[in-house]
Write a protein that binds this ligand. Structure first.
Ligand SMILES: CC(C)(COP(=O)(O)OP(=O)(O)OC[C@H]1O[C@@H](n2cnc3c(N)ncnc32)[C@H](O)[C@@H]1OP(=O)(O)O)[C@@H](O)C(=O)NCCC(=O)NCCS
Length: 229
């Protein structure tokens, strides 16, 4: 049976505009203009272009892209920050950036289907459990924000056929092969998230906190006032 969620989804996708999600190793914040220069630098890397099937953009195009993502009702993008670095207010936020993650509704007529993309762009941060933590957080956020209780929700990912690490990671979360495109050299994996999967695969999500990004950033940037003696 078709699940008509669209009006809810429309409201929800923009909800992350001021949302900060805090995990154990990462902090997720909405992608904003301050993040674009570092993001652009990453995407100049031929390795990342290949792994994420992205085209190189100029800095100006990257700014346009950020604005369009922000205004897009069907897409929800977060920048992944190193939590430990971000806790140090002397380090500018741009220097805490390690990757990005987004969730979007692929088919506007079917809001029970979402596609997920993730990138740990900074190589020295890979293989340390960040990808798994962010995937859990993002799927939980998507599911709890987008899903009407007891209805099914399907997550899909499209991955290059040679990108074995990413394929292995999503299979750990019970994603299964849905189709393979030899033309695009990519596989589509999918998983239906229900209560059972949530409980057994994602486990306890109590570690994840949601806060207001604007306030958290202002507190972080507030000048340090030494206590007078
Ligand atoms: C794919 C990616 C998101 C994984 O994130 P990560 O933080 O490096 O991965 P994690 O440390 O959380 O490990 C997740 C799983 O990936 C697999 N994995 C990670 N590093 C691996 C390696 N060097 N070799 C083999 N498998 C590996 C394992 O299955 C691992 O689970 P395990 O630790 O329980 O064995 C990240 O490496 C990345 O962004 N790479 C470049 C961009 C990219 O390919 N994005 C996906 C586009 S679709």
């Amino acid at each position: 049976t078709a699940v008509v969620l669209r009006p809810l989804a429309l409201l929800i996708m923009r909800i992350n505009e001021d949302t900060l999600l805090e995990g154990e190793k990462v902090v997720l914040v909405p992608y904003n203009a301050d993040h674009v220069p570092r993001y652009h630098q990453w995407m100049c890397s031929p390795e990342l272009q290949k792994l994420t099937a992205s085209e190189p953009l100029t800095l100006e195009q990257e700014h346009d892209m950020q604005r369009s993502w922000r205004e897009d009702d069907d897409k929800c993008t977060f920048i992944i920050l190193d939590k430990q670095k971000w806790a140090d207010p002397s380090i500018p936020e741009q220097e805490c950036m390690v990757g990005d993650v987004n969730i979007f509704l692929t088919d506007p007529s079917d809001p029970s289907l979402a596609e997920l993309e993730i990138m740990i762009a900074v190589p020295c941060y890979r293989g340390k459990g960040l990808g798994k933590e962010v995937t859990r957080m993002m799927m939980y956020y998507g599911r709890t924000k987008l899903m009407i209780k007891d209805h099914l929700f399907l997550f899909e990912v499209k991955i290059g056929l040679d990108n074995k690490i990413t394929i292995a990671m999503f299979k750990k979360f019970h994603f299964q092969e849905l189709s393979i495109s030899e033309v695009f050299r990519e596989v589509t994996l999918g998983v239906t998230v229900n209560e059972a999967l949530q409980k057994h695969v994602f486990g306890n999500m109590d570690f994840m906190l949601q806060r207001e990004y604007g306030k958290a950033r202002d507190i972080r940037q507030a000048p340090f006032t030494p206590l007078s003696l």
